[in-house]
Design a protein around this ligand. Structure first.
Ligand code: ATP
Ligand code: MG
Length: 420
């Protein structure tokens, strides 16, 4: 029989990896809540039209990456390729956006039919943050400061903050015309995607990953030179704020982001430690999206992080979460100890909420149990057998250090483990 395997580009996250994932998720949750952001959870499936209308028809995602299918009623549904569209939809549908200020975050799997490679998968995890109802540069700054604090709290150093501004829709339109002119004059250097997008979505051409087009992209006219004084001011307030906060950045005038709905501020956090897939966090302002989806004009700003890439970075930097392993392993010899031991373990967990205690199940010889104790990563083995039960004591055996084995009164066990 042919073996059934996981779908290409979709991965299991194994038990030895989850401590790092949890460390990341816990840190994110902590940082977001310190800025008073609230979690929102959206469905993984949405109507296909939501993504076509928000992300834009002429984008990599909508053109070739979506998992789209008809359900049993013949409705076209899509596994979400990103979280912003669903968040806006949820906000509109539940009356969270109109005349209100919202600071939200979400987390979950996203799906894109891309060519799987390191840092690029078909199911991947994003953690995103979205704000609504705030038009000023202050919230843009807050959002970037949150991301910067996250790296600090995770212990990640060496990320580069790249910043750009795309102006307002009107400014971008003027720029667009000039860019089309430039691309048309260099038609012979465009690849197939470039030719197709030149007229329909010329900014997207700047986002091309094709190395043969980088020279052309480098010399293209820059949005920065087409800004109104107001947009310039908006951008300057962000860079002034970053300067004052001591956060380094570089201005990358080619940064346009892969999605269509951005306006004004866009940014990415990039590492050079993960090879080609170096962007770990990307975001920006998207003031036009709510209206584009049929709601009332609402300013919006947010970002999304690629969790696989961040976990890979934590691994590369050898950042280890503290306290993820077992503290103590309870070895149980004989039938009486098997029940007594379970109850003892329960009492210990009642008394010591931080204790990570693993109890031996399935009996086994002394040797076999100690092997399991060793493999658990525990620092100490607690031994309970008929003798210990009879005398109200417990054996202590150190698993990781040269220390005399000992016996303790069971009554002293809690304070012993506390000191551990
Ligand atoms: P890229 O240019 O790498 O394709 P993108 O612009 O398509 O990225 P976004 O839609 O902005 O990416 O998603 C935000 C973040 O999610 C990215 O910066 C990245 O960290 C992560 N990400 C995007 N696509 C994938 C994927 N296929 N596999 C793993 N992580 C991804
Ligand atoms: Mg992409």
């Amino acid at each position: 029989m042919k073996k059934i395997q996981a779908v290409r580009g979709m991965h299991d996250i194994l038990p030895q990896q989850t401590p790092l994932w949890q460390f990341l998720e816990d840190t994110v949750r902590d940082v977001f809540s310190r800025y008073a952001y609230q979690e929102i959870r959206m469905p993984i499936l949405e109507q296909t039209a939501l993504f076509k209308r928000s992300i834009g028809e002429v984008t990599d995602i909508v053109e070739k990456e979506m998992y789209t299918f008809e359900d049993r009623n013949g409705d076209s549904l899509t596994l979400r390729p990103e979280g912003t569209a669903g968040c806006v939809r949820a906000g509109m549908e539940n009356g969270l956006l109109h005349n209100q200020v919202q600071r939200l975050w979400y987390q979950g799997p996203m799906f894109r039919h891309e060519r799987p490679q390191k840092g690029r998968y078909r199911q991947f995890q994003q953690i995103g943050l979205e704000t609504y109802g705030m038009a000023g540069p202050d919230i843009d700054l807050e959002v970037i400061l949150i991301s910067a604090r996250l790296w600090r709290q995770l212990g990640i150093q060496g990320l580069e903050l790249q910043l750009n501004t795309l102006g307002t829709a009107e400014e971008r339109n003027n720029y667009r015309q000039e860019l089309i002119g430039y691309l048309a004059a260099h038609r012979d250097q465009l690849d197939e995607d470039g030719l197709r997008r030149m007229d329909s979505n010329p900014l997207r051409v700047l986002d091309s990953k094709n190395p043969d087009m980088q020279a052309l992209i480098e010399s293209a006219p820059a949005m920065m030179d087409h800004l109104s004084e107001e947009s310039r001011q908006h951008f300057r307030q962000i860079t002034d704020g970053l300067d004052a906060a001591g956060i380094d950045y570089v201005i990358n005038t080619r940064l346009v982001r892969g999605l269509d709905y951005y306006s004004r501020t866009v940014f990415e956090w990039v590492t050079n430690q993960l090879g080609a897939q170096g962007t770990v966090c990307a975001g920006g302002r998207y003031d036009g999206l709510v209206e584009q989806l049929g709601g009332r004009a609402t300013p919006a700003m947010g970002f999304a992080m690629g969790v696989e890439r961040l976990v890979a970075l934590l691994e590369t930097l050898e950042i280890q979460p503290a306290g993820s392993s077992v503290d103590a392993y309870l070895v149980l010899m004989g039938e009486a100890a098997s029940t007594e031991g379970m109850l003892l373990a329960e009492r210990l967990r009642d008394a010591l909420p931080a204790l990570k205690l693993q109890t031996n199940c399935g009996a086994g010889s002394f040797k076999a149990q100690f092997k399991k104790a060793d493999r658990s990563g525990a620092r100490v083995a607690l031994v309970l057998g008929d003798d210990e039960i009879a005398n109200g004591i417990i054996g202590i055996k150190w698993l990781r250090e040269e220390r005399e084995q000992a016996a303790l009164e069971q009554a002293e066990l809690v304070s012993f483990l506390e000191r551990l």
